[in-house]
Design a protein around this ligand. Structure first.
Ligand SMILES: [Zn+2]
Ligand SMILES: [Zn+2]
Length: 273
C-alpha cells in the first residue's frame, strides 16, 4: 500500500505546499482523501488524473479540504471518454454539498455540452453519507470511517484503510478522541493534521489562536501514535508551516513521546507499507 501526500499545506496559501489531499493506492485502486488547493496539479506530478480516482473521501467540509472538489468533478468529466461516475464518501451533509457544487458548475456544464457533440450529459457524481462505524469493502480493501472531534465542526470523519495485511490511518483535522484511536490502533502509517500550539498561542490574531482548540498539536499527535502502537507517524497540514531546514524542530514535541518513525511531510512524499 502506498500513501502519497499530495498536499501538506493548510488554509494559508504557501508556494510549496498544496492544500490537504492524500492518495492511498492499492494496486491500481486510487483512493483520494480530501481535495484541497492544487490537488490535480499534484496528482499530475504523482502520475494520475481525476479520471483515475477510484473514490473520493472527504473528512469534513471545511474549505481547505474541499477547495478543488469542483475541479475534480469538471476535469474527470471532460477527460473521461465516456460516463465515469465519481463516488464521493463523506460525513452527513456531503450529499447537499455535492448538489450545490454541481449547481455552481451549471453554466460551464452547459457551455461544454453545447460545444462538444460527443458530450451529451453532465458529470455524474454519486455521494454517499457515512455514519461513524461505516465500513466499505471492495477488492480486498477495507475502509472504516470513524467520528473524529473537530468541534464545533460536525460531523467529521477519520478513515482507516486496510489492505495487503497493512493499515493506514487518515486522521484529518481532530483533537485526540476515541474515534481517532480506533482508526489508529496498530496502524502502519498514521497521517495527522498538526499545529504548533506553542507558536500559534503567541499569535496576535484571535482568529489564528482559535485554531488551537480543534486540532491536535504535535505532542498530541505523538501521544496518539504512542498510545495506539503506530509504526510511522506522518505530520502534515502544519499551522504554521515549517521553514525549510527546520522540519526536525517541528517534529520534536512528537519525538519526545513516541519512539516510532516520524516524518514531517512535504508535497509528493511517498510512504509505503
Ligand atoms: Zn478543518
Ligand atoms: Zn484543515
Amino acid at each position: 500500500m502506498d500513501v502519497v501526500i499530495l498536499g501538506s499545506g493548510s488554509p494559508m496559501p504557501h508556494p510549496d505546499r498544496a492544500g490537504p489531499a492524500t492518495l492511498v493506492q492499492v494496486g491500481e485502486r486510487r483512493y483520494l482523501f480530501d481535495c484541497g488547493r492544487g490537488v490535480l496539479m499534484r496528482a499530475a506530478a504523482a502520475g494520475f488524473g481525476a479520471q483515475n480516482i477510484s473514490a473520493l473521501f472527504l473528512t469534513h467540509m471545511h474549505s481547505d479540504h474541499t477547495t478543488d472538489f469542483n475541479d475534480i468533478i469538471t476535469t474527470r468529466w471532460v477527460m473521461s471518454p465516456g460516463p465515469n461516475p465519481l463516488r464521493v464518501f463523506g460525513p452527513g451533509g456531503v450529499g447537499g454539498f455535492t448538489e450545490r457544487t454541481l449547481a455552481a458548475l451549471e453554466t460551464d456544464i452547459g457551455y461544454r455540452i453545447a460545444h462538444h457533440e460527443d458530450l451529451t450529459e453532465g458529470p455524474r457524481v454519486v455521494p454517499q453519507e457515512l455514519e461513524p462505524g461505516a465500513v466499505l469493502e471492495e477488492d480486498g480493501v477495507r475502509i472504516l470511517a470513524m467520528a473524529t472531534d473537530h468541534s464545533p465542526v460536525h460531523p467529521t470523519l477519520g478513515f482507516r484503510i486496510e489492505a495487503e495485511g497493512k493499515a493506514v490511518a487518515i486522521a484529518g483535522d481532530t483533537v485526540p478522541c476515541d474515534g481517532l484511536d480506533a482508526i489508529c490502533r496498530d496502524a502502519d502509517i498514521y497521517v495527522q493534521t498538526v499545529i504548533r500550539s506553542d507558536l500559534i498561542g503567541q499569535a496576535p490574531s484571535p482568529r489564528m489562536r482559535d485554531v488551537i482548540d480543534y486540532h491536535s498539536d504535535v505532542a498530541q499527535a505523538g501521544a496518539t501514535a504512542s498510545r495506539c502502537n503506530v509504526g510511522h507517524l506522518v505530520l502534515n497540514h502544519f499551522v504554521p508551516p515549517p521553514p525549510p531546514g527546520r522540519e526536525e524542530e517541528w517534529a520534536a514535541d512528537a519525538r519526545a513521546c513516541f519512539d516510532g518513525q516520524i516524518t514531517v511531510s512535504s508535497d509528493l512524499l511517498k510512504i509505503s507499507c
